[in-house]
Design a protein around this ligand. Structure first.
Ligand SMILES: *Cc1c(COP(=O)(O)O)cnc(C)c1O
Length: 429
């Protein structure tokens, strides 16, 4: 392989060579909880972080390690940690930076579970979220206080599909010396490599397009390796770590490890002791998905654009949001940043509001009615009565969710079949 293989080649190969002990070409599935030590000295070096290696699969596993190296390569990051879900990736990232008494600033336009975590659960841990409008980066700057420890946004916000201006938000993050944490689930690195636009930490729910087949739940966190944690306001990185003999994460890690102190701390503190590890079986499934990410994403995008254009011209459709539509509020940012396509999600409102939306969902046959996105299969959902129903009307409005919104995740089926299914369902709406 060349020194700088393309994205497509990395999706198939990065992080793996044929297994040296068995010559296995495919990534072996290491279904083991634990690994033998070569000697007492070897064991104590591993536990003291003087040497990196396998100890116990809650901390790391060779199958997961290939997945982690592959995603680091695809995102252009320095280190990744796989976890049990996208949700666990977000929670463990927050508590690996912020603690009781701290604040975070986040775009309000979020995945339902993330909004609930930030608004309803983190306050009980003493971490307060200040929400801002992703369409107005100045509102993000206004939400920053001396207690802020990170800025959070999704690349394409859920569910109204606003595209974040990562470059503008990163400029604000740098001005206040705060890490920018980006949830890139809706774009995947095939459409947007947030690190190149200034993100410090990228999160992906592997459950969605990265895995791509709706077969497993998982998440992954990628450390760009660029953030300097020595600022004393990052207390978790600048106080003696009781569980590692008083080590200071910001300054005491040797050599290259110092660059990825966020990732090392993530693995050795929250992952090791709170236990949200990804099963190697699921890591193996996600590797199968990643091998075709570069082939699937353009097809999702082509089909979604065709659906958006079709809906835009339909008399029973009240409104459509898709970042690739010229009239969409996010179009200019999308054209600038999303060079390979505008994603697989389309949201719209059916004329006749909530009830017509429900009849539309009932009229679908090819589309599956379920609460997931990013499957090879086309999916449909009415979020205000399902995924976002835990939110009050007020919170739904703040999260950019009108009651008539229907969310479509466009799959990789034949375009004519997708459009025909929408035609039949709209006739019944
Ligand atoms: C699905 C999703 C999550 C949560 O991921 P899980 O793997 O379901 O826990 C977080 N963010 C976004 C944007 C998502 O689509």
């Amino acid at each position: 392989m060349s020194n700088h293989p393309s994205f497509d080649t990395s999706a198939v190969h990065a992080g793996q060579v044929p297994d040296p002990t068995t010559q296995s070409r495919a990534v072996p599935l290491y279904r083991t909880s634990s690994f033998t030590f070569k000697s007492v000295d070897h064991a104590s070096r591993l536990f003291a972080l003087q040497e990196l290696g396998n100890i116990y699969s809650r901390l790391g596993n060779p199958t997961n390690e290939v997945l982690e190296a592959r995603v680091s390569s695809l995102e252009g990051g320095s280190a990744s940690i796989s976890v049990s879900s996208g949700t666990a990736a977000i929670f463990n990232t927050i508590i690996n930076i912020a603690k009781a008494g701290d604040e975070i600033v986040s775009a309000a336009n979020l995945y339902g579970g993330t909004y609930t975590m930030f608004d309803g659960i983190l306050p009980d841990f003493g971490i307060v979220t200040r929400f801002a409008d992703v369409r107005d980066p100045a509102s993000i700057e206004r939400a920053i206080s001396p207690k802020t420890r990170l800025i959070f946004t999704e690349t394409i916000g859920n569910p109204s599909l606003d595209v974040a201006d990562i470059t503008a938000i990163s400029r604000i993050a740098k001005k206040y010396h705060l890490p920018l944490v980006v949830d890139g689930t809706f774009t995947t690195p095939a459409l947007l490599r947030s690190i190149e636009h200034g993100a410090d930490i990228v999160i992906n729910s592997l459950t969605k397009w990265m895995g791509g087949h709706g077969t497993a739940i998982g998440g992954i966190v990628t450390d760009a390796g660029s953030f300097d944690w020595t600022d004393k306001k990052f207390e978790l990185y600048n106080r003696p770590e009781p569980t590692y003999h008083g080590l200071h994460w910001a300054t005491d890690l040797p050599g290259d490890l110092g660059k990825v102190s966020f990732a090392i701390r993530f693995r050795t503190v929250p992952l090791r002791n709170l236990g949200a590890c990804l099963a190697p079986d699921n890591a193996w499934l996600f590797l199968q998905g990643l091998e075709t990410l570069h082939l699937r994403m353009p097809r999702h995008c082509e089909n979604a654009l065709a659906v958006a254009l079709y809906l835009e011209g339909h008399s029973k459709v009240a409104w459509v949001r898709y970042p690739g539509l010229e009239r969409d509020p996010s179009y200019s940012i999308a054209v600038r940043d999303l060079k390979a396509g505008y994603g697989g999600m389309v949201v719209f409102g059916v004329q006749g509001g909530r009830e017509a939306g429900a009849r539309f969902i009932e009229g679908l046959h090819l589309f599956s009615h379920l609460a997931n996105v990013g499957d090879a299969k086309s999916l449909a959902l009415h979020p205000s009565s399902t995924s976002h129903s835990q939110l009050s009307d007020e919170q739904q409005k703040a999260a950019g969710l009108p009651p008539d919104l229907v969310r479509l995740s466009i799959g990789v089926e034949g375009q004519a079949d997708i459009l025909a299914d929408l035609e039949t369902a709209l006739a019944k709406a």
